[in-house]
Design a protein around this ligand. Structure first.
Ligand code: SF4
Length: 194
């Protein structure tokens, strides 16, 4: 006699799985919607971020969970993970960065085209973590500018998602002129980047 087979799958109504991108601020009337160019570009960019995961140790495992079906970074339009800096716009540093690895991290950052953003995931990338030693970089912001720091050792996937959503906020609100501003150039120059 065949054994009954059961699947642990809940069938949800299709509509509940579809989420719409939020409409930017603007003016709406009958048959028209007007907003600024910055906001439209921001809306497109924030929902199509291509991450470059630079994972050197345990925090990288949490990122694997973040990409898995349960947490699914793809829900935020970021499922296209790339390992080519030229095509990616979000550098995610996850793990302990030894001082010898620092120039490699910087090289990857330099190879990314503007606009680019950086997340330091976990205590090691943010501050060196528990490795207060001669060989470990005490935070990647010593070599490249960081936009968002995710705390934790290791941070749970929820924390990584939270950090990613903060990057989305920054991306969505960033002025198109920011990258040409004197302030931004000064920031890069403070890291020795032209
Ligand atoms: S922060 Fe903790 S979990 Fe993450 S790489 Fe460092 S030691 Fe590992």
């Amino acid at each position: 006699m065949p054994r009954p087979v059961s699947y642990n799958v809940k069938v949800k109504p299709l509509e509940s799985d579809i989420s719409m991108a939020e409409m930017p601020e603007g003016h709406m009337g009958e048959g028209f919607f007007a907003t600024s160019f910055d906001k439209v570009i921001g809306l497109a960019r924030k929902n199509s971020i291509w991450p470059l995961p630079f994972a050197t140790s345990c925090c990288g495992i949490e990122f694997m969970a973040t990409m898995g079906a349960h947490y699914d970074l793809g829900r935020f339009g970021a499922e296209r993970v790339g390992f080519s800096p030229r095509q990616c716009d979000l550098l995610m540093i996850m793990g302990t960065i030894a001082k010898k690895m620092g120039p490699v991290v910087k090289q990857v950052y330099l190879q990314m085209a503007e606009p680019r953003w950086v997340i330091a995931v976990g205590a090691c990338a943010s501050s060196g973590g528990i490795f207060d030693t001669y060989s470990v970089l005490q935070g990647i912001d010593q070599i490249i500018p960081v936009d968002v720091y995710v705390p934790g050792c290791a941070p749970r996937p929820e924390a990584i998602l939270d950090g990613f959503m903060r990057i989305q906020d920054l991306v969505g609100k960033e002025s198109l002129r920011r990258r040409n501003s004197e302030r931004y150039k000064e920031l890069l120059e403070s890291y020795g980047i032209q």
